[in-house]
Write a new protein. Structure first.
Length: 140
């Protein structure tokens, strides 16, 4: 966990998943989960606060990295793992990640995320990179 995320994780856990003050309140309007993942090179566990949207029984994440030219590291880490743990509110769940980079399913789910998060359009304007959609399916 990086120092930048420490305050977010602490506030998330202290307030049953609600984060209103960390990072100057910029996360207050987002639904966040804490994504536990294993580093593909280090083998160490990392925790990333990530915005998500519910989609049927699944959760959708977007590897936008706020429009940066590179993907967030957690996307690559998920590609190497068969399952992850997420904290949502006060509950922990084990989920299977699917990274969608191309194809009609990715495109449909991407449009759903874009509709859900209007700010994604601004992120798109900052890079030529295609954002992967990550579908988390419950195992437990």
């Amino acid at each position: 966990m990086t120092n930048l995320n420490d305050d977010v994780v602490a506030e998330f856990r202290a307030n049953a998943g609600t984060v209103t003050h960390a990072q100057d309140g910029n996360l207050a309007q987002l639904q966040l989960l804490l994504l536990h993942h294993i580093g593909r090179r280090s083998g160490n566990e990392h925790i990333a606060p990530v915005s998500y949207m519910a989609h049927d029984e699944d959760y959708l994440l977007l590897g936008s990295f706020a429009g940066a030219d590179k993907e967030p590291q957690w996307v690559g880490n998920l590609e190497n793992g068969a399952q992850v743990t997420v904290e949502v509110g006060t509950r922990s769940r084990t989920m299977a990640p699917t990274i969608l980079r191309n194809g009609p399913k990715r495109d449909a789910l991407y449009q759903a995320t874009r509709d859900h998060w209007p700010f994604v359009a601004a992120y798109e304007s900052l890079t030529s990179r295609r954002f992967p959609v990550i579908q988390l399916t419950p195992i437990d």
